[in-house]
Ligand binder design. Structure first.
Ligand code: NAD
Length: 330
């Protein structure tokens, strides 16, 4: 487990994970494989490039030859690469299926062929679909409602099939909504913060009643590392434990932090499909020693401060991807 191939390591969560794992003394080498889509930025890795342990390969996880060559040189794979934005999946579902499902199959196939020690497939609570009450354990039925979540559910099953069929040491993590520095400004927290910092209005779907569990990205990465090191092959681990909050209450917090008022908020019709509530039971990963440590209020302030001080990182993205004009997504 000392030579890691990390897919999607130039994205939001992947780049936090790479920075974290490079500090581990027993990790000799980390190779990032990333296609650098609109969502991937080498700047997210920043100082990590100073580490002699880090290699960066720009390439697509659907390129079977490249994936085979890279997996052969590593002892473990941590797989973050994905199309990750729900709103985009409404108009480009085919891209989501290609990257999230086919790409995962190509990686799992190479992991099986080259007998890696561990393959961690990173997934989401959205695969369980909405829960009006209670919390999903890992054996809860998968009832995804949007193309993004359906593609992730399919990719979870494909990855796990390589355990059941070939004994490939696959673990799946499913986390709730992550927040923190370096997230693309198309996602709700950075989107609202960057708009409020520019004095622009923000939009809430319906009455802002949708509830999400907010998890600091570093807590998720700590959970993923635990699963990488101590997870049992063939098992799924929910990673949650952040703060449950409706979009409306989240908006109130962000307005306060950014020194803005409710008159900057407009309500719009709900999107095509918008699950009312996600909730997970994460006692299984807690048994491995996982415990989230970030306080949400402090984490939001830290996140907003990062965007305030790194305008050069996000301003070009809001122009390039047109996110300034799109409604928000949770
Ligand atoms: P992100 O969109 O910020 O980053 C995705 C990265 O994958 C980018 O660097 C992109 O360039 C790369 N990528 C996309 N397609 C690729 C391809 N075909 N080949 C190689 N690289 C490709 O996503 P994120 O928010 O960091 O999410 C990472 C993973 O965690 C995803 O699998 C996502 O489904 C999952 N997840 C995210 C959240 C969240 O709140 N952000 C929550 C639960 C699970």
């Amino acid at each position: 487990m000392n030579k890691l191939l990390v897919t999607g390591g130039a994205g939001f969560i992947g780049s936090h994970f790479v920075r974290r794992i490079l500090d581990a003394d027993d990790v000799e080498k980390v190779t990032v494989l990333d296609a650098l889509t609109y969502a991937g930025h080498t700047a997210n890795l920043g100082q990590a490039f100073l580490s002699p342990k880090l290699d960066f390969v720009q390439g697509n996880i659907c390129d079977a030859e490249l994936v085979d060559r890279l997996v052969r040189q590593h002892t473990a794979v941590v797989h973050f690469a994905a199309e990750s934005h729900v709103d985009r999946s409404f108009s480009t579902a085919g891209t989501f299926l290609a990257t999230n499902v086919h790409g995962t199959q190509i990686l799992a196939d190479a992991a099986m062929r080259h007998s890696v020690d561990r393959f961690v497939h990173v997934s989401t609570d959205e695969v369980y679909g909405p829960l009006l009450e209670g919390a999903a354990t890992e054996d809860y039925p998968l009832r995804p409602t949007v193309p993004y979540a359906a593609s992730k559910a399919a990719s979870d099953l494909v990855a796990l099939s390589y355990w059941h069929t070939y004994g490939a040491p696959v673990c799946v993590t499913r986390s709730s909504n992550n927040y923190g520095p370096c997230q693309h400004p198309e996602k709700i927290i950075p989107r609202f913060v960057t708009r409020l910092l520019r004095g622009e209005p923000v939009t809430l779907h319906d009455r802002g009643q949708h509830v999400r569990n907010w998890l600091h990205v570093e807590d998720n990465c700590a959970g993923i590392e635990l699963v990488l090191r101590h997870g049992t092959p063939g098992e799924v681990y929910n990673i949650g434990g952040g703060t449950d909050m409706s979009s409306r209450d989240l908006t109130g917090e962000l307005l306060r932090i950014c020194g803005a008022d409710w008159d900057q908020v407009t309500y719009i019709l709900d999107r095509l499909s918008n699950d009312l509530r996600y909730a997970m039971d994460w006692s299984k990963v807690a048994a491995l020693g996982y415990q989230p440590t970030h306080d949400f209020a402090a984490g939001l302030v830290e996140t907003a401060t990062w965007y305030r001080h790194n305008r050069d990182r996000w301003a070009p993205l809001t122009r390039a991807s047109g996110t300034a004009l799109e409604p928000q997504h949770v």
